[in-house]
Design a protein around this ligand. Structure first.
Ligand code: AMP
Ligand code: ZN
Length: 651
């Protein structure tokens, strides 16, 4: 590490911090920011003489844009140290124990994802309100705060300062963001509190969650929270914990319920309850040591569109895809996002150089969910969908009244490459990237799925592709060979037959033994299969009868590819055969593992509770979650992890 690299890191951090706090734009995810901040902290520890006073490690990020309105805080308003992992929580708790003795009491609160404010009251009336600003001085927002209904009923006995979070409810955000102009409620809240037009401010209905009472005589922080509530403030749910386990459970619980709350929560805050230790623990210039924030993985952020391209899928469908300036989100770096179809592209009107909001949520492929129109170059142009296939030049067509555009050419290289890529992906034939498939196709060695099985005679070609050495060729060829003996339910999914994805393939192959049996199914047989139904059945039948599908299956047989399904012997006697399970909340083993075991025993997994669900699995049987409520309404059995383990014969 040299000094130039450190300086560049600090410059970048300042750029990101200013953009976040002053312009309300997240150029990178919070997690990436915190990671870079930790790096800077580490370097500063190793090279104290390099330390820059403007380093974002030294002060809370400042949101001050209007210095005329700045005002000094009575006491500094610090930030919180963030972490994303349980190890750090453990370390923090142990550090507290060093000062307090074993098992200190800790309050775990929701970390409200808004923007903090300090509000002064006299006889229950607002007299001054400031943003956090630089932590030392804040910006005056008194006029706006005076207009908030929130504070009409504060007890007239209250004189003093209260700190908390200004926040916009999810519903209010939805109402104000119908044109997807804002990335999230937090950004809009920060923009809102500083509005100069009080009427406009009032229309946006901000809420204030109090989490701090200044100069209180109480000895415990939880008593302050109770007092705030009694005085008429809105306060959040909190947990009083007496062990590390209880702290971790509370953090897990908040994550579990957060989607059901009316406001956005981006983490949990732990605070040592006994205030007498706080002074001894002290603080850095940036945060106090008696508290720490645990942040949940973030799911959306902003980035810039570099280009919009049109991809041809295996069915011929054209999908607009945006290339993005890489961003780190939810544990991985994203550089591409789908725009679904040309109709969606038209609606959302994404343009090159636009700043867009992307979301990873539960989806594997990140999605663009909106455009920041304030940041748009007024001279930009709409992206016009092509009329000809970008791969083979065929005139694109529409099917019936569907909005999608299709390349009708069966020999289209784009379609063939995607088919092969899908096959290798589903059968987990590792060692191929899409470019390798592309190059082999353009060289004429990979024109269909079956050609994969001829590659073993073409080592001399593979060796010419610069990415391959002898060892990686061995591995690749071995993986291709192994794919021949995979169970037929995998093969059926990998064929890319429209209407038969991974899930449906599994369901079909549970009832039938071979791929040939599937080919002989009648329309009625197909329609009765769970997940296909009457509407899709004719599509699937049509696909199975296509010349192309038949010859593909026949050729694969010639190459010795297995066409027989695995039979799980335990099914027949399994007590959970055909029963469906919806698992929710934290369990001692991963949810994925339980789901696999349920499937292995002939059961089914579902993501939501409906009248057809057999069991809701949760360790918190009495929680007020939507799933619990629904299960109770519908009279569906609610079981806990132990009961599930018994059904699976695990204990
Ligand atoms: P950060 O925004 O990452 O600097 O995190 C620190 C901020 O979290 C504080 O300045 C508060 O605005 C905010 N915060 C949200 N909920 C709480 C809470 N329950 N207790 C303390 N701070 C909170
Ligand atoms: Zn084409």
């Amino acid at each position: 590490m040299d000094r130039r690299t450190y300086n560049k890191l600090v410059d970048d951090l300042i750029k990101y911090s200013d953009s976040y706090y002053k312009a309300n734009i997240s150029l990178i995810s919070d997690q990436q920011f915190d990671f870079m901040l930790k790096q800077a902290e580490q370097i500063e520890k190793e090279h104290p003489d390099w330390l820059r006073l403007d380093s974002p490690t030294q002060t809370p990020g400042s949101d001050i844009v209007n210095f005329d309105k700045s005002n000094v805080h009575d006491h500094p308003m610090l930030s919180l140290e963030n972490t994303y992992n349980e190890d750090d929580v453990t370390k923090w708790y142990q550090k507290m124990e060093e000062v307090t003795g074993p098992n200190p009491e800790v309050v775990v609160e929701c970390k409200f994802d808004g923007t903090s404010a300090s509000i002064h009251f006299s006889h229950g009336k607002v007299i001054k309100a400031l943003t956090r600003g630089s932590g030392i001085v804040g910006e005056d927002i008194t006029m706006n705060v005076l207009s908030m209904d929130e504070f009409y009923f504060i007890k007239s006995t209250f004189n003093g300062e209260c700190r908390g979070e200004m926040i916009m409810s999810k519903d209010e955000f939805k109402r104000l963001n119908q044109d997807n102009k804002y990335a999230n409620a937090r950004n809009l809240t920060s923009g809102t509190i500083k509005l100069l037009d009080v009427e406009e401010f009032k229309k946006r209905n901000l809420w204030f969650y109090a989490y701090w009472l200044e100069d209180s005589k109480n000895l415990r922080h939880s008593d302050d929270l109770e007092l705030l509530k009694k005085m008429g403030f809105r306060t959040g749910k909190y947990y009083l914990c007496h062990s590390l386990k209880e702290v971790l459970d509370a953090i897990g619980d908040i994550e579990k319920i957060k989607s059901e709350l009316p406001i956005e929560i981006d983490g949990a805050v732990m605070k040592l309850n006994e205030k007498r230790y706080w002074e001894e623990l002290g603080s850095t210039a940036k945060y106090p040591r008696y508290a720490k924030a645990y942040k949940y993985q973030q799911e959306s952020c902003e980035t810039k569109v570099l280009s919009v391209d049109f991809q041809v899928g295996r069915s011929g469908k054209i999908t607009p895809v945006a290339s993005l300036e890489p961003v780190f989100i939810d544990g991985s770096t994203i550089s591409r996002a789908t725009l679904n179809n040309v109709e969606f592209l038209k609606q959302i009107d994404v343009r090159v150089d636009d700043i867009v909001y992307i979301e990873k949520a539960a989806a594997i492929i990140p999605k663009i969910i909106g455009v920041n129109l304030e940041k748009r170059d007024p001279k930009s142009f709409m992206v016009i969908p092509p009329t000809k296939c970008p791969e083979c030049g065929s005139e694109l067509t529409k099917k019936g009244d569907r909005v999608d555009l299709f390349c009708p050419n069966d020999k289209c290289p784009g379609r063939i490459i995607d088919k092969i890529s899908y096959y290798t992906h589903i059968l987990e034939i590792d060692g191929f990237g899409d470019e390798v498939i592309e190059r082999l196709h353009y060289l004429g060695y990979l024109n269909s799925i079956c050609d994969l099985y001829t590659l073993k005679d073409k080592r001399e070609i593979l060796i010419c592709l610069d990415r391959f050495g002898e060892k990686s060729i061995d591995k690749l060829l071995n993986n291709i060979e192994e794919s021949k003996s995979l169970p037929a339910e995998k093969l059926l999914a990998a064929l890319g037959i429209k209407g038969i994805g991974v899930k449906i393939a599994k369901i079909i192959m549970k009832k039938h033994q071979t791929i040939d049996e599937i080919r002989n199914l009648s329309f009625d047989d197909l329609a009765q299969i769970d997940g296909i139904g009457v509407i899709k059945a004719s599509d699937v039948k049509h696909e199975l009868e296509k010349e192309e599908t038949i010859s593909l299956i026949e050729s694969l047989k010639q190459f010795g590819v297995n066409m027989v399904a695995t039979k799980n012997e335990t099914y027949e006697n399994s007590s959970i055969k055909d029963k469906s399970f919806c698992i929710t909340g934290a369990l001692s083993m991963s949810r994925k593992d339980y789901e696999l075991l349920i499937e292995k025993n002939g059961g089914k997994n579902v993501s939501g509770v409906t009248s057809k669900t057999s069991y809701l699995v949760t360790n918190d049987k009495t929680s007020g979650s939507n799933k619990n409520k629904k299960a109770q309404e519908l009279g569906i059995a609610i079981i806990d992890e132990n009961e599930l383990r018994k059904m699976l014969n695990l204990d």
